[in-house]
Design a protein around this ligand. Structure first.
Ligand code: ADP
Ligand code: MG
Length: 313
C-alpha cells in the first residue's frame, strides 16, 4: 500500500472511532490469526450487579453487607463498585442502624453508613483485605481465602459452585478467620459479543478468551458467547504469557482488553486493541483504540487492514 492509502485508511478508521497508532499496526492487523479477548469489561459490559447475598453466620444481612461494602469502598474494581452500590440501596431501605451500631454509635466520616477500616490493601486477581474494629476482613475469591488459611465449608463451596455454573462470580467474605457469607455478581455480555465472535470465525480468525476469574464462571461465559478456547484464573502478569503462547510458530496475535491488568498483554500482542471506555494505562499500551467500546470494531479494524493491503498497487 502507498503512504496515501495508509493515510486514507487511518482517516477512515478515525471516522469510525477506530484510532490506529501508526502504519505498522495497520499492516499487522490483516494477518491476525488469534484474537484474545479479556472477559470482564471487554466481552462483558463491565457493569457488574450483585444478584445474591447469602449470610453464613449469625450476622443479620444489614451487618453483613455493611462490613463487606466498608471493606470494598476503597477499591476501584468493578466488583467492588457493584457491592458498594448494592449495599447502599439495601442499607437505606432495610437496616439503617447496622453501621452505626458497629461504629460504637458513631457515623463514619466518609459515608454515613460505612464503617471505618484500617490497613486496606487490594490484592490484584484475588480481592481486598482490611481491618474493622481490630478484626481482619477478606473479600475475594478462593485463592484469597486459601492464602489466608481460611477453610471454606462444603455447604459454602457448593453455593459458590452453583453461582459459577450460572456464569456468576462468587465472592467469599471472611471475618475474623471465618467465612461469614457469599455474594453472587453477574456481568452480562455486551450485546454484540456473540455476533462478533461468529464473524471472526467466518473470517478465519480464532477467538480466545482470557480472564482472572474462576474456571467455572469462565466456562459458562465462554459458552454463552460461543468461544471454545479460553484460559481462566490467569493472574494479572500471566495474560502476557498467554499472548506469547499463541504467538509461537509466528502466529499474529491480537489482544483486546480494557483493564490495567491487560496492559502487559496489550503490549506483548502483535496488535493490541484497547476498549475506549477502559483505563488510560490500557489505552497507552495499545496500537488501536476502539473509541465506541463496541466489539464490532475489532472486525472493522481487521477489514480495514485487509482492504488497504490487498489492494493492487
Ligand atoms: P478479569 O481478568 O476478569 O478482569 P481480575 O484479574 O480483575 O479479573 O480479577 C480476578 C478475580 O479476582 C475476580 O474474578 C475476583 O474473584 C477477584 N477480585 C479481584 N478484585 C476483587 C475485589 N475488589 N473484590 C472481590 N473480588 C476481587
Ligand atoms: Mg477487563
Amino acid at each position: 500500500a502507498t503512504p496515501t492509502a495508509v493515510m486514507v485508511a487511518t482517516g477512515v478508521g478515525a471516522n469510525n472511532g477506530v484510532l490506529i497508532k501508526g502504519g505498522d499496526a495497520l499492516e499487522r492487523a490483516q494477518k491476525i490469526k488469534y484474537v484474545i479477548f479479556d472477559k470482564t469489561g471487554t466481552l462483558t459490559q463491565g457493569k457488574a450487579t450483585v444478584t445474591t447475598a447469602k449470610v453464613f453466620s449469625g450476622m443479620n444481612r444489614g451487618e453483613f453487607l455493611t462490613l463487606v461494602a466498608s471493606a470494598e469502598a476503597s477499591s476501584e474494581h468493578p466488583l467492588a463498585k457493584a457491592i458498594v452500590e448494592y449495599t447502599r440501596h439495601f442499607h437505606f431501605f432495610d437496616e439503617p442502624s447496622a453501621a452505626k451500631a458497629h461504629n460504637n454509635g458513631q457515623e463514619s466520616k466518609s459515608f454515613g453508613w460505612l464503617l471505618d477500616v484500617s490497613d486496606f490493601s487490594a490484592l490484584p486477581g484475588q480481592g481486598v483485605q482490611c481491618f474493622v474494629g481490630g478484626k481482619k476482613i477478606l473479600v475475594g475469591n478462593r485463592k484469597l481465602m486459601t492464602e489466608n488459611k481460611i477453610t471454606i465449608p462444603s455447604h459454602v463451596e457448593n453455593f459458590v459452585v452453583e453461582l459459577e455454573e450460572s456464569a456468576k462470580t462468587g465472592i467469599l467474605v471472611a471475618y475474623d478467620n471465618d467465612i461469614i457469607g457469599v455474594l453472587g455478581v453477574a456481568d452480562p455480555l455486551k450485546r454484540e459479543a456473540a455476533v462478533v465472535v461468529e464473524g471472526l470465525m467466518k473470517m478465519g480468525v480464532n477467538p480466545v478468551m482470557v480472564t482472572g476469574d474462576n474456571w467455572r464462571t469462565a466456562k459458562a461465559v465462554a459458552k454463552e458467547v460461543g468461544i471454545t478456547d479460553f484460559r481462566a484464573e490467569v493472574m494479572p502478569a500471566g495474560k502476557a504469557d498467554v499472548v506469547r503462547s499463541f504467538q509461537k510458530g509466528g502466529n499474529v496475535v491480537a489482544m483486546v482488553g480494557d483493564g490495567i491488568n491487560d496492559s502487559p498483554a496489550l503490549a506483548a500482542a502483535d496488535v493490541g486493541m484497547a476498549i475506549g471506555a477502559g483505563t488510560d494505562i490500557a489505552i497507552e499500551a495499545a496500537d488501536y483504540v476502539l473509541m465506541r467500546s463496541n466489539l464490532e470494531d475489532v472486525i472493522t479494524a481487521i477489514d480495514l487492514s485487509r482492504k488497504t493491503f490487498s489492494r493492487i498497487r
